[in-house]
Ligand binder design. Sequence first.
Ligand code: GAP
Length: 488
Amino acid sequence: MAKITKLDDIVSLCRRRGFIFQSSEIYGGLASCYDYGPLGVELKNNVKRAWWKSVVQMRDDVVGLDCSILMHPLVWKASGHADKFADLIAECKKCNTRSRVDHLQNHAGEHTEHVPVETAMAEAGNLADKVCPNCGTVGKFTEPMPFKLMFETQMGANADDSMTLYLRPETAQGIFANFRNVLDTTRVKIPFGIAQIGKSFRNEVTTKAFIFRTREFEQAEIEFFCEPGTDEQWYEHWKETRFEWYTNLGIKKENLRFRNHDPDELAHYAKACADVEYKFPFGSGDWQELEGVANRTDYDLRRHQRGMRTLNSWYENNGDLSKIDLKEEAEDFYKGPLSYFDEQAKKRYIPYVIEPSAGIDRSALAFLVDAYDEEQVRGETRNLLRFHPDLAPVKAAVFPLVKKDGMPEIARNIYDQLKKYFNCFYDQKGAVGRRYRRQDEAGTPFCITVDGQTREDNTVTIRERDSMEQIRVSTDKLLNYIREKLEV
Ligand code: GAP
């Protein structure tokens, strides 16, 4: 098994094979933004499809949602992002590069989430022995300062009635904001979850790790609502379920692990949190977060129930979020719209939430890196991507052995039939061995070749990517044979 050992190798593999390109490359590129090419978009769509199938389609207790990226600014006041979603940074006095303080301190955390800025500043510690990652200078940093992570934008055409909005930094809040809508319009009962896939935006300080940490990325999040007291059991359930999702789709067990957050690392509202980590072959060769599973208690619904009561004050203050305080919880708080009434037990409560929150781009990168392999075949190096069939961008390639004797027509006909069911690729250029290699590099599980024998007995060759074994299958059984193997 060959492994990719450097980030540069991953970047060049993705570029060469049309998986991922730098955004706006023809203009010199836009830092930390990336475009998915023809194979990349198929891979990414397959990752999203596999996630959706596993957490929505195959379950009776999770429903889907697709919220808008722009939301009312009070959402971000209530969630805590407007005041606290910042990283603490320090600037190197020699080269002016800004670094995240937690990264200088080698803390693995994803970001400073909902930690009051004053607390983070107080805990920042001494940077006297810290090294600038850009120029190597030791201990020449400015005092730590907060750096806000949300992108701002303006909505409205007229200067006097335009409003400052934020590009959402997570999809989760759209789910909380729709909790009541989903309850009122579907037949869900607690325990149940709401799942969403969508773009999120963060003005990250540290990027430079390809699509691992970007300023525009896609998240796949579930908010699973349950009765307080059952939360610990659901937390364990989701940890196990999400871990298995990665291994079932081919991530090698030795490259995946859980890291439970230490109590002092937990966001103040979280009762427990664990990261699913993948052993990415870059940086310090360290384990890096793919997904977080958190027990968020009733924090978010409570905050939004309080936030909803600040609407008048928001108007009175011309939308200035800094002037708005979330009201204390009034006596009738538990009767509020974000509470839940359990008909059977005749009791009302604010549900607890278990949140498995995954990054689609990071998962796609991990699946790609894990699938990469090189082997020696008859004195030549064969490069291949051993994707799980559900993730392979192309499921089958169809070739005529040569461009004559009616073979292209038969092959095209087979291709036209198969592509109704799954992604296929037709190729008649060059030696068949070269065509096999190209498909190995794209991770295509099956190659189908029409040859001289096809016209005699209606059979074709099917070559399997990983073993390179070839068998003959009659054309009328071809579709079922491949669908059975692909389980589609
Ligand atoms: N709602 C909880 C939440 O957003 P998070 O740990 O900040 O939690 C969840 O993000 C996941 O989103 C991460 O585990 C990671 O996979 C992905 N993610 C976060 N920031 C990212 C970034 N800048 N670039 C790519 N993926 C990111």
